[in-house]
Unconditional design. Structure first.
Lengths: 310, 200
C-alpha cells in the first residue's frame, strides 16, 4: 500500500496546472506586450507617463488608493450605430434609402436627419445588421459608416469609452488595476476630471466636493504655512468653511502634486486594435479642437443608447 | 470542485467526525466548522467564477467575505481546534477553564457568520446596483454600509473569542510553570524541611 509516488504525482499535476494557468499562460499572452497604434490616428499607444506622474504612482501605492479604486473598465459587448456623415448629391435616392432604414419617417424628420451631420440613424445594432444598412446608404451616393460602440454598465456610467486592456498598463510598474470599488473606477479619471486643482481640493476635503464620499481626507499630503509676504500661487483656494486662519495658507506637498499628476494622466480612452471603438477621425487640417469635440460625441453616445441596449 | 467535495469526505471518514461526536467535544467542532468553511468558500469561489459573466462581483465586498470564510472560517478555526487539542497534551495539564472553549466556539462561529453573510449579501446587492448605470455611484456605496456595520459586530465577537482563547492559553502556561516551579522548589528545599535528627 505505498501510494507515495502516486500522491506526489497527483500533487505535482495539481500545482503544475495552476502554474500553467496563473503564470505561464498570462506570460505568453501579455508577457511580451509591445506598444501599439491608435486607430485611426496611428499614434503610438501607450506613451510612458511623465516623470511626475510616475512618481505619483508611488504615492498612489503608498497611500493604499488601490484598495478602494479599480482602474479597469468592463464592457459587456459591442453594438453598431449607423451614422450618416455626408448626404452626397442625389437627394431623392438618399430619401428612398432613409425611408428603408427608418420606416415611417415624416417629411420634417427627413430634413432634420439630413442637416447637422453626422447624424446617428440607428443605434444598438449588431455588425451584421448594420453593414447592409450602410450599404443601402452608400449606394444612394451618401457617405455612411457603422460606428462601433462598446456597451456595459461601466461605460454607461461614463467611466470610459471602452474596456481596459493590458496595453493601458504597459509602462506602469507595478500595475495597480485594483480589486474593489469602494470608490469609483479611475481608469479614465484624467479625462473625466482633468482639473488638477479640483483633484488637490478633493484630496484635501473629499466631502466638500462629493457629498457622502467615503474617501478619507488626505490632509497629511498638505501643509499649513504662515503667509510671509504674499499668498503663494499654488495655495489651495478653499471654500470659507474649510479655510485656515487668515494669516495661514494650505500648500500641497510634492507628494500631493505628484499624485494629482498621476491621476490626471489616467486616460485609457484611445481606440486600439484590441478594443475597437469608433472615434472621429482627425480632420485633414490639424485642428485639435474639433478632434476633441469628435471624441466627446463618441463619449456621449453610449449613455444615449444604454436603455435600448439592455 | 472535486477537491472541495473530496476533502470533507476524506476527513470525516478518517477521523470519524460527525456532528454528533462534535457536540460533546468543542475542539472537534472547531475542525468540523473549519472543514465546512473550506468547502463552502471553495464552492462559492467556483460558483462566482461561473455565474459572474460581468466580472462586477469581483469589485464588491463579496470577495473579501469569501476570503474571510476561507482564512478565518477554515484556517483559524482549524488552528484553534488544533491548539485546544495539542496544548493540554503537550503541557500535561487540563485546560484551566474548559467551559470557555465552548463559549469561544460559539463566539467564533457566530462571529464568522456575522462577518461573512453580510459581506456576501452586501456584495451581491452592490453588484446588482453597480450593473445598473441609473444608480449613482454614491448610492451603490451607501447600500453596502449597513452590511459593513453588521460585519463589524462579527469582528467584535471574534475579538471576544480571542480574549477567551488567550485567557485559557495564559492560564495553561501559568499552570504549567507554577507546577514546575513548585516541583523545583520542593526539590531544592527538600533537605531543609527534613527533621534535623535525620541528618547523618
Amino acid at each position: 500500500m505505498n501510494f507515495g509516488p502516486l500522491i506526489f504525482l497527483a500533487a505535482f499535476f495539481g500545482l503544475a496546472c495552476s502554474w500553467f494557468g496563473f503564470v505561464l499562460t498570462p506570460g505568453i499572452q501579455v508577457g511580451r506586450l509591445q506598444p501599439t497604434n491608435t486607430i485611426p490616428a496611428g499614434a503610438v499607444y501607450p506613451v510612458g507617463r511623465p516623470g511626475l506622474a510616475a512618481q505619483g504612482l508611488a504615492v498612489y501605492r503608498a497611500n493604499g488608493c488601490v484598495y478602494c479604486h479599480s482602474q479597469q473598465v468592463g464592457q459587456t459587448g459591442t453594438v453598431c450605430d449607423v451614422l450618416l456623415t455626408d448626404t452626397g448629391t442625389n437627394g431623392a435616392a438618399l430619401l428612398v434609402a432613409l425611408r428603408k432604414i427608418k420606416p415611417g419617417l415624416s417629411e420634417a424628420e427627413d430634413q432634420g436627419l439630413m442637416t447637422g451631420l453626422p447624424k446617428t440613424l440607428r443605434q444598438g445594432l449588431s455588425k451584421e445588421e448594420a453593414d447592409p444598412l450602410v450599404k443601402i446608404l452608400t449606394s444612394s451616393g451618401a457617405k455612411a459608416s457603422a460606428w462601433i460602440v462598446p456597451i456595459g454598465p461601466d461605460i454607461a456610467r461614463g467611466w470610459g469609452i471602452r474596456r481596459s486592456v493590458a496595453e493601458d498598463f504597459l509602462y506602469d510598474y507595478p500595475v495597480v488595476p485594483g480589486s474593489q470599488r469602494v470608490g469609483p473606477d479611475l481608469a479614465n479619471v484624467g479625462v473625466r476630471l482633468p482639473d488638477a486643482n479640483w483633484h488637490l481640493l478633493h484630496l484635501y476635503a473629499p466631502r466638500a466636493f462629493v457629498k457622502e464620499s467615503a474617501m478619507p481626507p488626505y490632509r497629511f499630503l498638505f501643509e499649513k504655512r504662515r503667509i510671509e509676504r504674499t499668498r503663494s500661487a499654488n495655495a489651495l483656494a478653499l471654500p470659507p468653511e474649510l479655510a485656515p486662519e487668515p494669516d495661514y495658507e494650505i500648500l500641497p506637498k510634492p507628494e500631493a502634486v505628484a499624485l494629482v499628476a498621476y491621476l490626471t494622466s489616467l486616460r485609457a480612452n484611445e481606440a486600439i486594435f484590441s478594443t475597437p471603438v469608433s472615434v472621429a477621425a482627425a480632420p485633414s487640417s490639424s485642428d485639435t479642437n474639433s478632434v476633441a469635440g469628435g471624441s466627446n460625441a463618441v463619449t456621449n453616445a453610449p449613455a444615449n443608447n444604454s436603455s435600448p441596449a439592455k | 470542485v472535486l477537491v472541495f467535495i473530496a476533502v470533507p469526505i476524506n476527513i470525516c471518514q478518517t477521523v470519524g467526525h460527525s456532528v454528533a461526536s462534535a457536540r460533546g467535544n468543542p475542539p472537534q467542532a472547531f475542525f468540523l466548522f473549519g472543514v465546512l468553511a473550506f468547502c463552502l468558500s471553495g464552492l462559492a469561489r467556483v460558483a462566482c467564477v461561473l455565474l459572474d459573466s460581468n466580472q462586477s462581483l469581483n469589485f464588491t465586498w463579496f470577495n473579501p467575505g469569501i476570503s474571510q470564510l476561507n482564512f478565518y472560517g477554515f484556517f483559524a478555526m482549524a488552528m484553534f481546534g488544533a491548539v485546544y487539542i495539542i496544548m493540554p497534551r503537550l503541557v500535561g495539564l487540563g485546560l484551566p477553564w474548559p467551559g470557555l472553549v465552548r463559549v469561544q466556539l460559539w463566539c467564533s462561529i457566530i462571529g464568522v457568520l456575522l462577518i461573512v453573510l453580510p459581506l456576501v449579501l452586501g456584495g451581491w446587492v452592490q453588484q446588482v446596483k453597480l450593473n445598473d448605470p441609473n444608480q449613482p455611484f454614491v448610492a451603490v456605496m451607501r447600500s453596502s454600509l449597513p452590511f459593513l456595520r453588521i460585519s463589524t459586530l462579527g469582528d467584535l465577537l471574534l475579538l471576544a473569542g480571542h480574549l477567551l482563547f488567550l485567557t485559557n492559553l495564559v492560564g495553561l502556561v501559568v499552570g504549567f510553570y507554577r507546577a514546575r516551579a513548585v516541583a523545583t522548589y520542593d526539590e531544592l528545599t527538600e533537605d531543609l524541611f527534613k527533621p534535623a535528627g535525620a541528618k547523618p
